[in-house]
Write a protein that binds this ligand. Structure first.
Ligand code: GDP
Ligand code: MG
Length: 453
């Protein structure tokens, strides 16, 4: 394999920039572009040691830097790795990289260092996927989930299931392939127990998948309500800026205004919409249609009501429309006397919170309601879980096969008929762990990465 190089730190100005070189000839490249002030030559340096010196390109001095040497297999990629830490200037780091490329290295592709770690058996595929999750984690829960994956929790569970299935398969094969030998028949009850175990384990891996997805990808959220209840004020309070126009003129918001905001551990992909009510105004009417559609397709509806007014026909229409969706009734204008018939709302909507969007009050109650509604708490993320659509798909497929096998036993059909489906389940698990996987899938996984990782 070629020797690759990339700047591993962000493409921005910072204290330090790291240029990473990995491959058979990593030390050879480093030897050419690094001159130590004192001590051993690069070729003589042991793994896990550093040297202080100058990064250069031929006779040209580029910058002072520190060289760290990792010797195969004790490195991130499993190959010889050299890291040059220089001043974190955009030009300096690019110049050092260019020197590496001029002296025998080639540009690393996105995720290529981690891909090599996977191909060299340093990490399994789910751990490789966790690397990008760790990098993109924006909250404690996201980091916790990524750490779970890095520690191999999902991998271990899948591996255990795959071993149990393999044991079943070899038992079945011995029995069907050598009918004349005196091999004890595999008891259907035994197979059922083993499949039951695998089913449980795999189901637990996808149980929290949706909560995890919501934490990672955010919740599609529509703020709806009749005109003038304070939807845009709430939208602005949540997004921390005056993004949506607020007036006391009904029908101000006509288009959908969108913004991603973080509420505690969850990101809401918020859409502020036009007030839903009967109108003769054509343009406003289009806005209202869109508002209704946005509410229909949202994963969460925040229905805003004016606590300072009794409920109107438009409010009742809205309650009826959304009561079967995941929704929170937000009673706004808590700074004013409350005239709203709250019981009427509570009869239909479980989660109700009082806020004053104008005074920024009650937003933490809204946060709590969202977390309750989506069952987001740190406990749900301390168990192993599928971390992305690829893993979820592999587990779903394996589960489908396990169910099929259970059904075959349930129907008292020939046991050799289940060989095929158990084997298929096994294949899906091997794909999950990356033990048996096509190059296309590997490339797809690593294409999500950034260069230098
Ligand atoms: P929208 O039509 O639902 O988007 O409502 P807006 O956000 O445009 O607000 C309508 C009016 O209600 C504006 O005059 C706001 O200042 C006012 N308003 C919004 N939230 C509050 C609140 O919490 N308390 C009070 N007193 N007035 C509010
Ligand atoms: Mg508005």
């Amino acid at each position: 394999m070629s020797t690759i190089a990339a700047v591993s730190t962000p493409n921005a100005v910072g204290g330090i920039a790291v240029i990473r070189i990995s491959g058979e000839n990593a030390l050879g490249v480093a030897e050419k572009i690094f001159r130590p002030f004192a001590g051993k030559s690069v070729a003589e340096m042991q793994g896990y040691t550093c040297a202080y010196g100058i990064a250069c390109d031929g006779d040209e001095r580029i910058d002072d830097c520190i060289l760290t040497v990792f010797r195969a297999p004790h490195s991130y990629t499993g190959e010889d790795v050299c890291e040059l830490s220089c001043h974190g200037g955009l030009y300096v780091s690019k110049r050092v990289l260019r020197a590496a490329l001029a002296n025998g290295a080639v540009s690393a592709e996105a995720g290529e260092f981690t891909k090599r770690a996977f191909l060299n058996g340093k990490i399994d595929l789910t751990q490789a996927e966790s690397v990008m999750d760790i990098i993109s984690a924006r909250s404690e829960i996201e980091l916790k989930m990524a750490e779970q994956l890095r520690e191999g929790a999902a991998f271990k569970k899948a591996k255990k299931c795959s071993e149990r299935l393999l044991a079943l398969l070899s038992g079945l094969a011995a029995w069907t392939d050598y009918p004349d030998e005196d091999i004890p028949e595999v008891e259907p009850e035994n197979i059922r127990r083993e499949l039951g175990f695998v089913k449980n384990e795999l189901s637990s891996l996808i149980k929290n998948y949706d909560s995890g997805r919501i934490v990672r990808d955010g919740v599609l959220t529509a703020i709806v309500g009749r005109p003038n209840v304070g939807k845009s004020t709430l939208f602005n309070a949540l997004s921390g800026c005056e993004r949506s126009i607020v007036t006391d003129i009904a029908g101000t918001t006509r288009d959908v205004v969108e913004e991603s905001v973080r509420l505690g551990d969850i990101v809401l992909r918020l859409a502020d919409t036009a007030g839903i009510h009967d109108t003769e105004d054509i343009i406003e009417g289009i806005g209202i249609d869109i508002a209704e559609k946005t509410a229909d397709s949202a994963e969460l509806v925040i229905a805003v009501f004016d606590g300072n007014c009794p409920l109107t026909a438009d409010d009742l229409y809205l309650i009826n429309k959304i009561k079967n969706k995941k929704c929170i009734a937000v009673i706004n204008k808590s700074d004013k006397p409350q005239l709203i018939e709250i019981d009427e709302i509570r009869k239909n909507i479980i989660h109700t919170v009082y806020i004053s969007a104008k005074e920024n009050e009650g937003l933490s109650d809204l946060e709590k309601s969202v977390e309750e509604l989506f069952e987001i708490n740190s406990d749900s993320f301390s168990v192993a879980s599928a971390a992305n659509e690829r893993q979820k798909q592999c587990i779903d497929n394996a589960l489908r096969c396990v169910d099929e096998a259970l059904e075959i036993i349930g129907n008292g059909e020939m046991l050799d008929a289940i060989n095929v489906v158990i084997d298929e389940a096994e294949q899906h698990l091997l794909e999950l762990t990356g033990e048996k996987i096509t190059e296309a899938v590997v490339n797809e996984v690593f294409s999500r990465f950034c260069v230098g990782k």
